[in-house]
Write a protein of this length. Structure first.
Length: 485
């Protein structure tokens, strides 16, 4: 059954995706600032990422334990939009802790605040990701999640720039003057962020977003052959979910660690100060926005010809947003002139995927491996562009993995979504691992082999998940054909 997306409700939903991205990418600026100010090793500074991402796992475990103890799923009783509102309030409390963290330059307060923000995000993501997928035609669920991810990455694009300006002051400094990080300045953007969390919580509470989902109906709509659907006693008995949990752990790990080690790579290999690395961190996260805006074209009910045109236009519109933001911030745009050529490679990969999440996961994983190997063995700015382009190839992996992992789960969808959110801690664990390797004799450049290994598993999951889902009557190519896509 083909459903129409309710765009007004979807517009409300994606606001939380923006805030998730703003904080996650801003961590990449906080890491080198606190490292330099407090004279930390790289692995110690990576505790910023670790505390933030491990909170997702802690939050998901709490969710699971409360659900089991109370005899019912939390979201089924509390409601989806109410659950997101509660999560926003929790995150607001964490953001307010940035005031004492900034005023006292306390690393403990900082990571506690990030941990609490992450706890709130855990509940928000458990509710929001399934909502994005089910709010329309099942065949285009991954594309809708890509669209939401594109909004997320608008937050990741401007987050590092705003936090960098808050810490270092204006983007430009006089010749020969080295900017000094002002940790106390961190408080302003995060106090504003906390207030925004509370405001959006009210918006969600009184919005028209669905508070309930008919999960059994959703499971039937996933299938191209409903007769093959599996009804199992536990979500972990579905291979697409069990393997998908590790895929989410690894995906978030490679996405976060690639960016969070970029400022250190640029400092050691190119002599680039932290404040001047901020535009490249922003470009990395903007690359995820570019890829997700491109993949989201499939969610619109438009003709095939219009989709083909938008496949070429959307990535450059997203890249234009990045350029405008950096121009306003006062950054030199010349270093980014070559990047459109790399974007073309991503467009080709998106076209070849034909909107199938398993195929796109495989193609982009192979491209990610190629980009990392170029970055590892090249020198200078070629390595920087290669590492930055990993963002393009990570861009749609979250919606691809999430869609593959919860397809066919039916009544277990909420629990499966919670298990996937639990694995976001990979962003902290793998960042910590790569940070330790960067501090070792291996060095920061070769530490990126961690990312290569991550992409190898993701390519394997793409092949395995497709096989498992077809055996359960779920074929995304068949669904797309039946839906007129």
């Amino acid at each position: 059954m083909q459903q129409q997306t309710k765009w007004s409700q979807f517009g409300t939903l994606v606001t939380v995706f923006f805030f998730w991205g703003f904080v996650a990418a801003s961590n990449d600026i906080l890491i080198p600032v606190f490292k330099e100010s407090l004279h930390m090793a790289q692995w110690q500074a990576q505790m910023i990422s670790f505390s933030f991402y491990v909170a997702y796992t802690v939050g998901a475990v709490i969710y699971y334990l409360i659900s089991k103890a109370s005899g019912g799923d939390i979201l089924n009783r509390l409601g989806y939009k109410n659950g997101i509102a509660v999560g926003l309030i929790i995150s607001a409390i964490g953001a307010l802790l940035f005031y004492p963290a900034a005023m006292s330059a306390s690393f403990g307060f900082l990571i506690t605040g990030l941990f609490i923000i992450g706890l709130g995000y855990s509940l928000q993501q458990t509710a929001a990701n399934p909502l994005a997928i089910i709010m329309g035609d099942p065949a285009s669920g991954a594309q809708r999640l890509s669209m939401a991810g594109g909004i997320n990455n608008f937050g990741t694009t401007i987050g590092p720039l705003i936090v960098s300006i808050a810490i270092f002051g204006s983007a430009k400094a006089a010749a020969g003057v080295t900017k000094v990080a002002s940790i106390s300045s961190v408080k302003t953007p995060y106090l504003i962020l906390g207030a925004a969390f509370l405001l959006i919580a009210l918006v969600f509470k009184f919005s028209s977003l669905p508070n309930k989902i008919n999960l059994d109906q959703t499971g039937a709509e996933d299938a191209s052959d409903a007769g093959k659907l599996k009804h199992r006693s536990s979500p972990l008995k579905y291979p697409q979910l069990a393997l998908g949990m590790l895929a989410i752990f690894i995906y978030v790990g490679v996405e976060v660690s690639t960016a969070s080690n970029l400022p250190l790579f640029m400092k050691l290999k190119l002599g680039t100060p932290t404040d001047e690395a901020a535009p490249f961190v922003s470009l990395y996260w903007a690359s995820l926005m570019i890829g997700r805006w491109t993949a989201s074209v499939g969610a619109f009910g438009i003709s095939d010809t219009a989709k083909k045109v938008l496949n070429f236009i959307m990535p450059f519109i997203a890249f234009g947003v990045f350029l405008v933001v950096n121009l306003i911030a006062g950054h030199d745009l010349k270093p980014f002139a070559i990047y459109p050529l790399i974007i073309v490679v991503m467009i080709v990969g998106d076209i070849l995927s034909k909107g199938n999440p398993a195929r796109q996961l495989l193609i982009f994983s192979l491209m990610g491996i190629t980009a990392l190997l170029i970055g590892i063995f090249a020198e200078g700015m070629i390595s920087v562009y290669a590492f930055t382009s990993v963002g393009l190839f990570c861009s749609t992996l979250w919606p691809c993995i999430f869609t593959l992992a919860i397809s066919g789960l039916g009544k277990h969808t909420n629990e499966g979504s919670n298990f996937l959110i639990m694995m976001i801690m990979g962003g902290g664990v793998i960042s910590l691992l790569q940070g330790a390797l960067a501090d070792s004799s291996l060095g920061v450049q070769y530490s990126y082999f961690v990312g290569v290994a991550c992409f190898v598993y993701l390519a394997y999951y793409a092949v395995r998940a497709k096989k498992e889902l077809i055996s359960q009557g779920i074929d995304f190519d068949a669904l797309r054909a039946a839906g007129g896509h």
